[in-house]
Design a protein around this ligand. Structure first.
Ligand SMILES: [Zn+2]
Ligand SMILES: [Zn+2]
Length: 143
């Protein structure tokens, strides 16, 4: 298990119109190098942590765009900061680590989709690397 700061995890968009809190430990934190995440984030990759949907509350209004059959991507309609990832097939919500008030509070556990990574986008870390999606599912929420 990574050494994460204990919950709750607070964060929000750059302008402050949307604020959130996640109240339980993450189900997993991953760095995705797929071309869709890169385009959606306008950044070389997306580092995000998954939470049980019921454990995340937010204030303010997001807009969302459906980037694939199974995923909505939320953003702040005022400042454009990318926020939640909402899978349609699981009761989870993904939060970009860069939007946490303490972006270092949760440590990524692996790189996924490195088959689509930019050559300069992979850090010198020793995290596991997978060509496509992770062979490991996200952890199950404690009840
Ligand atoms: Zn905003
Ligand atoms: Zn991705």
């Amino acid at each position: 298990m990574p050494r994460n700061a204990p919950p709750p995890y607070r964060g929000g968009c750059l302008c402050g119109a949307v604020r959130y809190v996640a109240t339980v430990p993450t189900l997993g934190a991953r760095i995705c190098h797929c071309a869709t995440c890169r385009g959606a984030m306008a950044a070389p990759y997306l580092a995000q942590a998954q939470f049980p949907r019921r454990a995340v509350r937010w204030e303010g209004t997001t807009a969302r765009w459906r980037s694939s059959e199974r995923l909505f991507r939320h953003f702040c309609p005022r400042c454009g900061t990318r926020l939640f990832l909402e899978p349609r097939d699981a009761p989870r919500l993904g939060i970009p680590l860069a939007t946490l008030d303490d972006p270092n509070a949760i440590q990524p556990e692996m790189h996924v989709w490195i088959s689509e990574a930019l050559p300069w986008g992979l850090g010198p870390d020793d995290l596991p690397r997978y060509p496509q999606g992770s062979p490991l599912p996200y952890r199950i929420a404690a009840t």
